[in-house]
Design a protein around this ligand. Structure first.
Ligand code: UPG
Length: 303
C-alpha cells in the first residue's frame, strides 16, 4: 500500500570552524559557499551543523546561515561552540602537537584552531557517535548522506577517515627520511602505489570509538608525538593533517583513506615551487567531484 507519510530523515552531524571572520569578506563568502552547497544537495539527510566560533564570528555566521535557510527554504539545526573554551579544554593536546606541526609561534598554522579536530570527541555531545568536519573553503556537490555511507566501509579499528593529500607536500617534508629509507612509500603518490599523506579538509570521525579507545590518549600524548616525529625526522607546518598523515602511515588500521573525489584540492603552490614535474601524479583524481577544496585560497571553479 502507498503512504504519504514520509519517514524522518537521518540526522548527520557536520562540524566546521569559523573564527576571525570580522572584517574578512573572503571568510564570509567561503562560509556561504560551503553551507549553501552542503544544504542544497543534502536530500537524503537532515543536517545538524556545529560551528566553532568566536563571539563576533558567531553573529556573522548566524546571518549567513539564516540567509541559506531562507534562500533554500530548508531547515537545518545549528549549534555554536566557543573556540576559546575548546582551546582551553584541549590545551595539552594542542601543546603536544604545536612544536612539531606548525612553523613558528604566531605563524598562520600555529593557531590552536588547526589542531582542534584531534580532540573533537571530547568536545562533541556524548550522544554524538559519528561526525564529519569540513574546512569552509569547500563546495559540496553531492548529497552529504553519501559521504556518511562511507562509515559502513570502516574497519573494526578505524577512528578517522580522510582523503589523500593531492600535492607533494609530504614528499618535501619527508625529504630526509625518504633519502635514508629509499624503499619507503611515505610521501609517494598513490599513482605509483605510495602513501602521499592525508588532507584534513574533510574528516570522518568515529567519535564513540575515539572516546572508548584505550590507545588514542597515548598516541596524542607529547611523548609519543615526539617519538613519532623523530622516527620520520618530521617537521611539518599544516597542523592536524601532519599528525593524521603520520598516524595513517604508522597505524593504517586506525585511519582509513576515502576517495579523493570527496576532497578534491585545488592548491597548485607546490607546482610553482620545485615540483612541477611530479605534481600531476599527486593531483590525479578520477571520477565525479563530490567536494571541491579551494585550499591556499584557490578559487573554486563555477560549475
Ligand atoms: N579557519 C578559521 N579562521 C581562520 C583560519 C582558518 O575559521 O582565521 C578555519 C576555516 O574553517 C578554514 C580552516 O580553518 O577552512 C583551515 O584553514 P585554511 O586557511 O582553509 O587552510 P588551507 O590552506 O585551505 O588548508 C590546508 C590544508 C587543509 C588543512 C589546513 C590546516 O589543505 O586541509 O586543514 O591546511 O591544516
Amino acid at each position: 500500500s502507498s503512504s504519504s507519510v514520509s519517514t524522518p530523515k537521518e540526522e548527520v552531524n557536520i562540524w566546521c570552524i569559523f573564527t576571525k571572520a570580522a572584517g574578512n569578506a573572503s571568510m564570509k563568502y567561503k562560509l556561504l559557499t560551503f553551507t549553501h552547497s552542503l544544504v542544497e544537495n543534502a536530500n537524503s539527510v537532515m543536517i545538524s551543523l556545529h560551528v566553532i566560533v568566536d563571539t563576533s564570528s558567531q553573529r556573522i555566521a548566524q546571518e549567513i546561515l539564516q540567509s541559506v535557510k531562507d534562500t533554500l527554504k530548508k531547515d537545518i539545526k545549528i549549534s555554536f561552540y566557543d573556540v576559546n573554551q575548546i582551546a582551553k579544554d584541549l590545551k595539552s593536546l594542542v601543546a603536544a602537537m604545536q612544536p612539531h606541526f606548525s612553523s613558528q609561534p604566531g605563524s598562520y598554522y600555529s593557531d590552536s584552531l588547526f589542531f582542534l579536530s584531534l580532540g573533537l570527541h571530547r568536545i562533541a555531545p556524548v550522544s554524538m557517535s559519528r561526525a564529519a568536519m569540513f574546512d569552509i573553503d569547500t563546495k559540496v556537490l553531492t548529497d552529504v548522506g553519501k559521504l556518511f555511507e562511507l562509515f559502513e566501509s570502516f574497519g573494526n579499528d578505524t577512528l578517522f577517515a580522510l582523503a589523500p593529500e593531492l600535492s607533494p607536500v609530504y614528499r618535501h617534508v619527508l625529504y630526509l627520511y625518504r633519502s635514508k629509507n629509499p624503499s619507503s612509500k611515505i610521501g609517494d603518490p598513490i599513482a605509483t602505489g605510495g602513501f602521499p599523506g592525508l588532507n584534513s579538509g574533510v574528516i570522518l570521525f568515529a567519535l564513540d570509538r575515539l572516546r572508548n579507545s584505550p590507545m588514542y590518549p597515548h598516541l596524542v600524548h607529547a611523548f609519543n608525538v615526539t617519538s613519532l616525529t623523530k622516527k620520520y625526522s618530521f617537521k611539518g607546518h599544516l597542523g592536524d593533517q601532519d599528525f593524521y598523515t603520520l598516524l595513517g602511515f604508522e597505524h593504517p588500521e586506525l585511519v582509513s583513506v576515502i576517495p579523493c573525489n570527496w576532497n578534491r584540492q585545488l592548491c597548485t603552490w607546490w607546482s610553482d615551487h620545485g615540483y612541477r614535474d611530479v605534481m600531476p601524479q599527486y593531483a590525479q583524481c578520477e571520477g565525479k567531484v563530490h567536494v571541491w577544496h579551494g585550499n591556499c585560497n584557490t578559487p573554486i571553479p563555477v560549475t
